[in-house]
Design a protein around this ligand. Structure first.
Ligand SMILES: [Zn+2]
Ligand SMILES: [Zn+2]
Length: 143
């Protein structure tokens, strides 16, 4: 586990005067440790044994809080439930169309896209999203 990232995230919460409950700490820890773009449900199931009294709504509220503080990105894909990404750096996603796995990759030169868009439209560009879809190695092997 990347303890430094967890500590940093917890510090951000403290600075925002947010109480660090054991559940909240566990959600942060989970996001940093697995970095697997979980849904609220995924986190709930991973933590339900440790926190039998915790509800999916609690997990969701914590994710919402972390998103508002800019520690987590909410990834919305159509009607499917949101995935949450603990991100410290801008990155892109490849998404498996068979199992739904989401994997990060970095490709800095894509930031040229923002400059080109800005030049062509005179917009001040704040962000852009890029998602690529395909079959992950596991699913390819399964044929
Ligand atoms: Zn797959
Ligand atoms: Zn990601």
């Amino acid at each position: 586990m990347d303890n430094q990232l967890v500590t940093k995230a917890i510090d951000t919460l403290k600075e925002a005067n947010i109480r660090i409950t054991p559940q909240r700490h566990a959600v942060v820890e989970y996001l940093v440790t697995y970095h697997n773009h979980p849904t609220a449900d995924d986190i709930y199931h991973a933590l339900e044994e440790r926190f039998p009294n915790m509800s999916v709504a609690t997990v969701y509220n914590n994710l919402r809080l972390l998103t508002d503080l800019g520690l987590v990105n909410e990834m919305k894909y159509g009607d499917a439930s949101s995935h949450f990404d603990f991100s410290t750096e801008r990155h892109y996603h490849v998404i498996c169309q068979k199992c739904g796995k989401i994997v990060d990759f970095h490709y800095p030169s894509l930031e040229d896209v923002e400059m080109a868009a800005s030049r062509l439209t005179n917009f001040a560009i704040n962000e852009h999203r890029l998602e690529l879809y395909g079959d992950c190695p596991d699913c390819q092997q399964k044929g």
